[in-house]
Design a binder for this molecule. Structure first.
Ligand code: FBP
Length: 395
């Protein structure tokens, strides 16, 4: 389908695009299909003359680079690329825009507050926006069929995605649709966290749990969308970390933070100090040391927001074991692993309080929890030294 000649049939709000081969699409359907049309057209073009396509690094800093263009140009860095991962990242970008629209007007429409007492698989009360975000992400991923199965914090089991156009997909996606959901009603920043893996099971058959229980090292891509003062999508495919800010006037995520690098050290720590008395000795000693050194305490109560601040300004985020959560509260597969990959790609570190690198932990359950210390490398190393010195338990 050549995009060369399009003409408008009328200028009512519902613009109609007609292609020379007679196919006509309403704006709404076109916006949904445009990324795919553009993808095929541009990637064909990119493939034809990939050699002379400037890489991202060669594009002038002041030129707008949209997320779609960035993903497409980065695709050629992967010789085996089939466009599937490109399509997946695109679908997540589209879902993020849809969720962003609801998050932004949450205070106006009846979408804040609890979802009629509904609970997710670990008994957490679901917020209406959680459910909305969850459904939109699943929908966008099912539309393209670029992934064969999905795991979400809001769903007990994995969700199988029927093949689209009988295409076999090689990826599985897991996500926390709205992290920090307890912050929604008070208009604080929340976020979506996602991780993408290549499946291990045979593509000709249904995906299985083993496709999800892979160590964080196996992630092919990870990222988050932060719905804050502005909406940002930050992701990595294992070649550095880049951030895109949503420009609502053009509805595009635009490259705003290239090659993000976390500060080596900092004087800020992030922990729910309200649980201080319930922490182990080594954690209490570390927190005492932070306050003895007049470190600043910053805790938003939404991990994606706290980790985003730390990625930019440095610091350490801690969620150790407590009496209520002896194994830690946060989920390994769709909270800790993706953020650990991002922070490591930006030069930081992430470990659990048994001093094991988060990305080396082999998961055994879909919704498994884990303890985490993540952030500036110097601060994580300092914590490690504290734990080694004060830990009563053999490490
Ligand atoms: P949800 O994914 O259910 O929102 O839970 C995770 C979370 O909200 C994190 O974002 C945050 O860091 C933590 O829980 C806050 O927990 P607490 O209120 O115990 O400090």
């Amino acid at each position: 389908m050549s995009c060369a000649s399009v003409w408008y049939t009328n200028v009512t709000p519902n613009l109609l695009f007609c292609f020379e081969n007679g196919i006509c699409l309403h704006l709404t359907r076109l916006t949904k299909q445009l990324p795919r049309l553009m993808a095929t057209a541009t990637s064909k073009k990119a493939a034809q003359n990939g050699a002379d396509q400037p890489s991202i690094a060669q594009i002038p800093i002041n030129r707008i680079v949209t997320l779609d263009e960035f993903i497409l140009r980065s695709e050629k860095d992967f010789s085996y690329a089939t466009g599937e991962l490109t399509g997946l990242l695109r679908d997540i970008g589209v879902a993020a825009k849809i969720i962003n629209r609801e998050v932004n007007k949450a205070g106006l429409v009846n979408i804040i507050g609890e979802a009629n007492g509904a609970e997710n698989q670990s008994g957490d009360t679901q917020q209406k926006l959680d459910v909305y975000a969850n459904e939109r992400l699943i929908e966008c991923l099912q539309n393209s069929g670029e992934c064969c199965a999905i795991a979400s914090e809001e769903n007990d089991d994995i969700i199988h995605v029927p093949p689209v156009n009988s295409k076999q997909s090689h990826y599985v996606v897991m996500f926390d649709p709205l992290d920090g959901s307890s912050n929604i009603d008070v208009n604080m920043s929340v976020g979506t966290i996602f991780a993408i893996y290549r499946r291990k099971s045979d593509p000709s058959g249904p995906a299985s749990l083993t496709d999800f229980l892979q160590s964080g090292m196996k992630q092919v891509a990870a990222g988050y969308v932060l719905y804050g003062t502005s909406t940002m999508l930050v992701y990595t495919t294992g070649r550095g970390v880049n951030g895109f800010t949503l420009d609502p006037s053009i509805g595009e995520f635009c490259l705003s933070h290239r090659n993000m690098v976390i500060p080596e050290d900092s004087q800020t720590y992030s922990v729910n100090q309200g649980y201080y008395s319930k922490f182990d000795l080594e954690m209490r000693r570390y927190i005492d040391n932070c306050s003895d050194q007049n470190f600043g305490l910053r805790y938003i109560g939404s991990m994606v927001s706290d980790v985003h601040r730390i990625l930019i300004q440095g610091g350490i985020f801690l969620y150790p074991s407590t009496r209520k959560y002896p194994k830690g509260k946060l989920r390994l597969l769709y909270e800790c692993n993706p953020l650990a990959m991002l922070i490591e790609q930006a030069g930081g570190k992430a470990m659990n309080t048994q001093l094991k690198r988060i990305l080396d932990v082999t998961p055994t359950e879909l919704h498994q929890r884990c303890t985490i210390a993540i952030g500036s490398p110097k601060m994580v190393d300092d914590l490690k030294a504290f734990i080694e010195r004060y830990s009563a338990l053999p490490l």
